[in-house]
Design a binder for this molecule. Structure first.
Ligand SMILES: O=c1[nH]c(NC[C@H](O)[C@H](O)[C@H](O)CO)c([N+](=O)[O-])c(=O)[nH]1
Length: 191
């Protein structure tokens, strides 16, 4: 039963480009969260071809990956605009070009969703990662001006994680909220 979140708002996502970066830790929870976000993006009309999904090992890597995806999309879209090659703009090594070329369809994003699942262990590791990742994602969003949707579960045990991924009977998949937030923030940013 989903009681605390905002009433869902559906906006027209047909002209939006959305990036999703997700961690691979706790993948049995990540997968339904990712599917929930993508389902709501589709429901709002975001084209499959305008959704770019990338993965990182764990939540700690999310801020840098989101920042790099944003930066690559700016290079790509400005080189497309200027008619120059991405290489001119990157002043780049082959490795940079390869990684840029491997990120298909990186024309400027309207929002990026960062998805991770942090489950408290018996040490302070959880606290340090959760604190740094939340501050890092907020900083990327404020520094770039692009909405970065905080899709990082910070839970105390597997049951809490399952309840937020819609895996437990009657529970709500928070990934859906993140998809809707990405569309809403993108539309409001354009207006
Ligand atoms: O995404 C996660 N990464 C985790 N650790 C890995 C971390 O995010 C980095 O990938 C790693 O430290 C290498 O930088 C987790 N725990 O340690 O418990 C976790 O629960 N979730």
């Amino acid at each position: 039963m989903h009681t605390k979140g905002p009433a869902p708002q559906f906006h027209d996502g047909s002209n939006l480009r959305i990036g999703i970066v997700h961690a691979r830790w706790n993948s049995t929870i990540i997968e339904p969260l990712l599917e929930g976000a993508k389902a709501k993006l589709a429901e709002c009309g975001v084209k499959e071809s305008n959704i770019v999904v990338q993965t990182v090992p764990g939540a700690w890597e999310l801020p840098t990956a989101v920042q790099r995806l944003y930066a690559a999309s700016q290079v790509q879209s400005s080189s497309a605009g200027s008619g120059g090659s991405a290489g001119d703009l990157l002043g780049s090594s082959t490795a940079d070009l390869t990684s840029l070329a491997n990120t298909t369809n990186t024309a400027a994003f309207d929002a990026i969703i960062a998805i991770g699942v942090l489950i408290k262990g018996e040490t302070m590791h959880f606290e340090y990662i959760a604190e740094s990742v939340s501050h890092g994602l907020m900083r990327v969003s404020l520094d770039t001006g692009i909405p970065v949707i905080f899709g990082v579960l910070t839970v105390l045990n597997d049951e809490q994680a399952k309840a937020r991924a819609g895996i437990i009977e009657g529970s709500h998949n928070h990934g859906e909220d993140w998809g809707l937030a990405a569309v809403e923030m993108s539309v409001k940013r354009k207006n």
